[in-house]
Design a binder for this molecule. Structure first.
Ligand code: ACM
Ligand code: ZN
Length: 767
């Protein structure tokens, strides 16, 4: 382009882009129009409000303090100054709940709303245009006009304070961070097996015993030894009722409702450590130190009346403390085993005509709902409360995917969506190379950003049952405030935009740009955060005899560098521009570069093995499970050997044998065929009982080359990758057919005993 034209365009474009870059508000407001000029906040600025509207005062104070913290300026109040920051509480009908308008001119900042919430959110939008740390610079708010309201009313963040305890100050900081991004519901997971965290006056042992455990924090959660008699229980803590009140008041100023979760009837080993008579066995037990449950009770006995009176007493104190409409009763992951063996539970089932333990759980939850409703509150629980019949007025929190939420909404029940993927913020957000140890899963900031809380399965009439969505933070692997911040930032910001901004207004590139302002704010404030997912995604594509590898990055502004000789990529390595053909055995390594800097702690790498079937098309008799598709239909011939991550490299089959035919494209001379398979006992994945290999010249008549039997025990619990290899006298063939015979059912003693087992395969190697 000739230089003159470029200059002309720059003149035209610059003022607009400058405006566009002046504000980086997250979540993106519904309507935002930037105008020329600024409002300067200084000593000649007065805050104007109707002093008789007492409800406004906390918002006014919040704003005054925020400005003072940044600049040291003490703003005047209701004085006739030239410049005004005006808070207007309008008639109830003028704005929707939580909605606001914000007008900024050189002489006026006006926030209007019909609710405290709206005024507070107008303030938050203004604060996001100011410097984020103490400064002597002028505080300039760009002139603009905003109309804003949330898409969803439940904009939640959850925090598990049982697995690790976080002080009242850390909880407040969490709530404060939530409110900066207009999140309004704090789900406080106060009870779980490894710690009871709320003072209950009538049952002091819940905290004097149930809040403390032997300190095994230096060991990974799942491998902590259980407590022994005589060992001191020194790790833990709890919130006094005074602290709870303080936190609720702190949250209220920030328009955050605190929803307490008092877990039942499972996940309560802490309550049983305090009061053993609440379990089915009634045996004394010590507090759990981590994830080892051997010989421990973690359920309340559903046949014991004392359990119900205990829980009603507990909830009575909880309801008196928490103004929240919703009381969360947990309800997830109840191991029904102890109830099956308990005389009292079985007697209850007989008396109440309950067919199975699922119905016993439903009986338990329905009884608690009746009590909660009698106190003029609503009950919410994890999606397991659907099993055995949903309580009449229950709200369902869908965590095991979206299915529970869909089912409940179809039954005209309210739901909150928090599916593990992508709403669990305890999962990895990058790496996993170089990342702090996490519980598994992979929820990147983009995956969270792209989440749509209303499932396609619901019709327009049912949309209204989706109250919103929530990010969950389980803390088995998170023991410090810094680590907690790291897991939440920036994913919470992505979720905030998902639940606040109109779906049609969402724009990943715009969000990524605005995020840079917030990263600088986190840096300035000393907050820990993940810089985003710079992990390069390696995507092989095998087709028509060829193997190509695409390299992908979530970061729109970054570039990808790679090597194929196994060396660590540097800034002078090859720049990725288009899919790379793979024609020999090699290890590909890749990194992301931004602003001339490599952003990964470690490169990702993938080894490709070259063999005669690489790139060949695969025909299955039964398709692999949709959940385990690896890189697509031809994963068996993509040259990629599987690693431990079960959802990445492997094709999974359940109920059916794996029967695949591979077309080598032309007759080839072959003497060895291998099928790579996985056993992962914990995930119900077992090696096939045998693998049969057949070859053919015409694709019609096949002859058996060999059948290889499995020689590894079904009870092998360590992750095992086994190659089933047939070697035979060299023969010509164009087609190879492989049959892996699936183990009929999970073996005796396995948690899935008698239920279908999985067969997993990664590669069919032909040589
Ligand atoms: C859950 O993650 N167990 C609700
Ligand atoms: Zn029982």
């Amino acid at each position: 382009m000739p230089l003159k034209i470029v200059k002309f365009l720059l003149l035209l474009v610059c003022p607009l882009t400058m405006f566009a870059q002046q504000v980086s508000i997250i979540p993106q407001p519904v309507e935002l129009k930037l105008n020329e000029g600024n409002f300067s906040i200084d000593n000649n600025t007065s805050v104007q409000f109707n002093a008789s509207q007492a409800a406004l005062k906390p918002a006014v104070d919040f704003f005054l303090n925020a400005v003072n913290d940044i600049s040291g300026i003490t703003l005047q109040q209701n004085k006739p100054t030239a410049k005004k920051v005006e808070f207007v509480l309008a008639a109830q009908t003028a704005f929707k709940p939580e909605a606001y308008s914000l007008t900024v001119t050189p002489s006026l900042i006006q926030i209007k709303a019909s609710s405290y919430a709206g005024i507070f959110y107008g303030i938050q939008s203004v604060l996001q245009t100011l410097p984020q740390v103490r400064t002597n610079a002028a505080l300039q708010v760009p002139c603009m006009q905003i109309m804003d309201e949330p898409r969803f009313k439940w904009r939640g963040m959850h925090l598990d304070v049982s697995r690790h305890f976080f002080s009242a100050d850390v909880v407040k900081q969490y709530i404060n961070l939530m409110s900066m991004y207009k999140m309004n519901t704090f789900h406080w997971h106060l009870v779980d097996d490894q710690g009871w965290r709320i003072e209950i006056k009538k049952y002091p042992r819940l905290t004097s015993t149930g809040a403390w455990r032997v300190d095994q924090n230096d060991k990974v959660w799942g491998s902590r030894p259980q407590a022994q008699p005589g060992e001191a229980a020194t790790y833990g803590g709890y919130y006094t009722q005074e602290q709870v009140k303080e936190i609720i008041a702190y949250a209220k100023t920030r328009n955050v409702t605190v929803v307490p979760e008092i877990e039942m009837p499972g996940h309560v080993a802490s309550a049983i450590a305090a009061y053993p008579h609440l379990s089915c066995t009634q045996q004394p037990q010590l507090s759990l130190t981590g994830g080892n449950y051997n010989n421990m009770s973690s359920n309340y006995c559903a046949g014991n009346e004392e359990v119900f009176s205990f829980l009603q007493d507990v909830l009575t104190e909880v309801i008196a403390l928490f103004p929240s409409t919703y009381i969360h009763i947990g309800g997830d992951e109840v191991d029904k085993g102890p109830w099956k063996k308990c005389e009292r539970c079985q007697a209850r089932m007989k008396k109440e005509g309950l067919k199975n333990e699922e119905e016993l759980q439903s009986y338990f939850i329905k009884r608690m709902e009746k009590f909660i409703v009698s106190k003029k509150r609503k009950m919410i629980g994890w999606d397991e409360i659907l099993e055995g019949g949903l309580a009449p007025e229950a709200t369902v929190m869908s965590w095991r995917g979206e299915a529970g939420g869909i089912e409940a909404a179809k039954m005209n029940h309210d739901v909150v969506m928090t599916p593990g993927s992508p709403c669990y913020f305890d999962h990895y957000q990058a790496g996993p190379e170089g990342e702090p140890l996490a519980i598994g899963g992979f929820n990147t900031v983009k995956k969270v950003y792209d989440y749509e809380p209303i499932p396609k399965e619901l019709n327009a009439e049912q949309h209204k049952y989706v109250l919103g969505a929530q990010g969950n933070v389980w803390t088995e692997y998170i023991s410090t405030a810094e680590h907690l911040e790291y897991m939440v930032l920036p994913r919470m910001l992505a979720l905030a935009e998902t639940v606040w901004s109109p779906a049609a207004a969402k724009d990943w590139n715009s969000f990524s740009k605005r995020l840079q302002f917030h990263f600088k704010a986190f840096d300035a404030k000393g907050l820990h955060y993940s810089p985003g997912n710079f992990t390069v995604d390696i995507k092989p594509a095998a087709k028509n005899g060829k193997l190509e590898v695409a390299l992908l990055s979530e970061v729109p502004t970054a570039s990808i560098l790679y090597t194929t000789d196994g060396t660590v990529p540097t800034i002078s390595s090859r720049l990725y521009t288009k899919p790379i053909p793979v024609e020999s055995t090699q290890t590909l390594r890749a990194v992301t570069m931004q602003n001339g800097k490599i952003m990964n702690l470690q490169p990702v790498d993938q080894r490709f093995v070259m063999h005669q079937a690489v790139g060949a098309n695969v025909q299955y008799v039964h398709q692999p499970s949709r959940s385990y598709m690896a890189d697509g239909v031809n994963s068996l011939t993509d040259g990629v050997r599987g690693k431990s991550a079960v959802n990445k490299f492997w094709h999974g089959f359940s109920k059916n044998n794996l029967v695949a035919t591979v077309d080598l494209g032309a007759e080839k001379n072959i003497s060895s065929i291998t099928l790579g398979c996985l056993q992962h006992y914990r995930d119900w994945i077992f090696l096939p009982t045998a693998v049969r290999f057949e070859i053919s010249v015409d694709g019609k008549i096949f002859t058996e080359a060999a059948t290889v039997q499995n020689n590894i025990s079904v009870n092998e619990t360590a992750l095992t990758i086994k190659d089933f290899t047939a070697k035979f006298a060299a023969a010509n063939a164009r087609y190879v057919r492989v049959t892996a015979f699936t183990l009929e059912a999970c073996p005796k003693g396995h948690p899935g005993e008698g239920k279908p087992a999985w067969t997993f395969a990664d590669e069919l190697i032909v040589e």
